[in-house]
Design a protein around this ligand. Structure first.
Ligand code: NZQ
Ligand code: ZN
Length: 393
């Protein structure tokens, strides 16, 4: 087991009555004037936004509203938020939405007290030393940003989508009412489950094989999410299974399933280039990349892929043919992706193959012009990235 530092300070308030506590929670964490940040229409249509605003006002808090965050959230909206918060004297950010809204809120939170350009943090030029407090009322279980230290922002200037991780941005609290996820379209539900499973898979494929307990936690997350998704696709108002997924999404990405292991994250890095170039749904992009990544790297540690095939994907273990078992595990997840309406390659994701030029451009950006490698399970150089995109095209 590798040494590790597990830090997950977010207070989780879960259940049907959880929203009622929003004003007390904001006050508890020091907020007086709150930026209520939200996305397109879903939180308006459902009445959630109005409800949260009313509860905050009734609790004696001042509010400022900023909507319009889009999936793959943009830097221009972050700039707008920073300016607004400074002008209004906002001291607390409440994201009502999913990963995109929470990530936008985190970026605004870094930017308000910073004298320079907030993109400095994302481009690696500076480290944030302080930020405004952030919290969320979660409406889509997927990105795990409600408990994570990460935020992922797209800079429209050059279509650059990158993440910045810093523990100071971990949300103070997350309000999770599974009932709020009943309105999710099937595609978002499936993409969300794909994303949360991938957050644990990025940690599961490791050369550290002495992590029995972490493995058991990871496999529990993966198996549960894999089973529950079918129930909610069949019945979107299945509270019990919506609840498992909502909680599982947070556990999948709050660090617990990565304690003591070296993590990978190549699929995420490769996918971020896809969403930057084609503005696709993140979870669907991951499904389009992972099978090709897996076939490219599995020989690094076949036993790990056998364990995944058997313990997660229910593939019978053929002890005489570990490689065959490993490959059947990859095929099994492809069947799973298809069964929930996810793509298994880029062609299925975009409706067309990507060109050689697009492959080279994504690998160029992902490798920072060849300067960096990605991945822990197998270190991937620019040529490896190109090869995986080509396999996935
Ligand atoms: O904008 P609205 O109208 O609210 O619609 C949203 C959006 O179109 C809709 N939606 C959300 N809740 C809904 C709903 N529709 C109906 N009913 C509801 N209850 O769903 C769509 C997707 O929302 P979004 O916030 O983009 O989803 P998600 O949570 O998947 O976030 C994706 C973003 O998070 C980043 C991704 O790269 C992507 O930019 N990630 C952030 C991470 C982190 N901060 O730790 C880690 C992840 O790996 C990921 O990279
Ligand atoms: Zn993700």
């Amino acid at each position: 087991m590798k040494d590790f530092n597990y830090y997950a300070p977010t207070q989780v308030v879960f259940g049907e009555q959880s929203e009622e506590k929003v004003a007390d929670l904001v006050k508890h964490y020091g907020g007086h004037k709150v930026l209520v940040h939200y996305g397109g229409k879903s939180a308006v249509r459902s009445g959630l936004l109005d409800k949260i605003c009313n509860l905050l006002r009734e609790g004696g808090l001042e509010i400022v509203l900023l909507g319009g965050v889009v999936p793959n959230p943009r830097l221009s909206k972050v700039h707008e938020g920073i300016e607004l918060c400074r002008r209004e004297g906002v001291d607390f950010l409440l994201a009502v939405g999913g990963g995109s809204v929470i990530d936008s809120a985190k970026a605004i939170a870094y930017g308000v007290p910073y004298a320079g350009e907030v993109w400095d943090f994302y481009s690696g030029k500076a480290e944030a030393v302080t930020c405004l407090p952030v919290a969320s009322v979660l409406t889509i279980p997927a990105a795990g940003s409600e408990m994570s230290e990460a935020s992922v922002i797209t800079n429209e200037d050059g279509d650059i989508k990158v993440g910045y991780s810093n523990d100071i941005s971990r949300p103070k609290f997350a309000i999770m009412n599974p009932r709020r996820t009943f309105t999710l379209p099937p595609y978002q539900t499936a993409a969300g489950v794909t994303d949360m499973m991938m957050h644990t898979m990025e940690r599961y494929f490791t050369h550290d094989t002495d992590m029995t307990f972490t493995d058991a936690l990871a496999e529990a997350v993966l198996r549960t999410m894999k089973d529950c998704v079918f129930a909610v696709l069949k019945d979107p108002e299945d509270y019990r299974n919506r609840a498992q997924i909502m909680w599982g999404g947070s556990i999948a990405h709050n660090g617990l399933t990565g304690c003591g292991v070296e993590e990978d994250w190549s699929t995420h890095s490769l996918e971020h280039e896809l969403s930057a170039m084609f503005d696709v749904t993140h979870g669907a992009g991951l499904a389009a990349i992972w099978p090709s990544w897996a076939r490219y790297v599995y020989k690094e540690e076949i036993s790990r892929f056998v364990q995944f095939a058997v313990n997660v994907m229910d593939v019978p273990n053929d002890f005489s043919d570990p490689e065959g078992t490993a490959l059947r595990g990859i095929e099994a997840i492809e069947h799973f992706y298809h069964a929930i309406g996810m793509p298994i390659n880029i062609h299925e994701l975009l409706g067309r193959e990507i060109t050689e030029e697009e492959i080279r451009e994504m690998a160029r950006k992902c490798s920072h012009d060849g300067a960096i490698r990605i991945g822990g399970f197998k270190r991937l150089a620019r040529e490896d990235m190109e090869a995986i995109y080509r396999m996935a095209k």
